[in-house]
Design a protein around this ligand. Structure first.
Ligand SMILES: [Zn+2]
Length: 50
């Protein structure tokens, strides 16, 4: 499930989804959210800051 918009995906998530590890917890983001927040993800900012 997308950690930002709540979109659901099958397990395992599609390759288009982005996995971000925050505080040791894996979070998945759908393609749209990942693209939108690519900069934040690359900057290793926790999603709480988005
Ligand atoms: Zn999403």
């Amino acid at each position: 499930m997308c950690a930002r918009c709540g979109a659901r995906a099958q397990e395992p998530p599609p390759v288009t989804w982005t996995c971000s590890v925050e505080n040791g917890v894996r979070r998945y983001f759908c393609e749209a959210c990942a693209r939108e927040n690519l900069r934040a993800i690359e900057g290793r900012l926790d999603s709480e800051w988005w």
